[in-house]
Design a protein around this ligand. Structure first.
Ligand code: NI
Length: 214
């Protein structure tokens, strides 16, 4: 996820920046780079993680490098073309030298209540921002990189902006993206940019990709 609140301006259009792994793994690619709309991996329901090994931890570490380079505050594995139920966050104010790196594996939300709306952006939809309604209070249950189960209660209304980030990233694991939440009026404002991205994808791959049907 990208947030203007953090004065993050994304220039992901500099292609070729990838993050190489030293550990060969059949599950996680050696090179990571952020995929953009309309790449079909963004529409897949991601698989549960069942093996908590060094390859997983190495992959998460490289996801942080990828996210930091893109100046994101959240990144889901499908956004680097790995259809696994993993996302990472670091919503602390980096310009002030703070960091709050967290890894969330096989996450699920329980006891959701209320709604809150915040402006969101996404590394897979560069330059597009819109207000999205999310749950206000909930508990998230997830595994860490060693397979231990954790739970955290978040209250967006009380200032837990991390609560917005995790809901945005969890959507990615279910093949959902933030533009799915937009009203027709909100969509109209970014439609032109979406069309351009569809054209670019077709030009690069010869395929239409997973185009938004609204
Ligand atoms: Ni996103």
């Amino acid at each position: 996820m990208e947030s203007r609140q953090f004065r993050v301006h994304l220039h992901i259009s500099s292609p070729g920046k990838t993050f190489m792994s030293t550990a060969a793994s059949p599950t996680y690619p050696a090179l990571l780079s952020v995929v953009q709309y309309p790449h079909p991996v963004l529409r897949k329901h991601a698989d549960e993680v069942t093996v908590f090994d060094d390859a997983l931890r190495d992959f998460c570490e490289r996801m942080f490098l990828c996210m930091e380079q893109a100046k994101g505050i959240g990144l889901a594995a499908p956004q680097v073309a790995v259809s696994k139920r993993i996302f990472i966050t670091d919503h602390a104010r980096r310009e002030e030298g703070q960091s709050d790196r967290r890894v969330w594996i096989n996450p699920r939300i329980v006891n959701a209540e209320g709604t809150s709306a915040y402006e969101e952006g996404c590394l897979s939809f560069p330059g597009m921002y819109a207000r999205v309604e999310r749950c206000d209070r909930f508990t998230i249950i997830y595994h860490d990189v060693y397979g231990a189960e954790n739970r955290l209660s978040l209250d967006v209304g009380a200032g837990d902006f991390l609560g917005v980030v995790v809901q945005h990233e969890l959507d990615h694991l279910d093949g959902k993206v933030f533009v799915d939440h937009l009203t027709d009026a909100q969509l109209t404002l970014i439609r032109k940019r979406l069309r351009e991205m569809e054209k670019d994808y077709k030009k690069a791959t010869g395929k239409p990709g997973a185009i938004l049907r609204r």
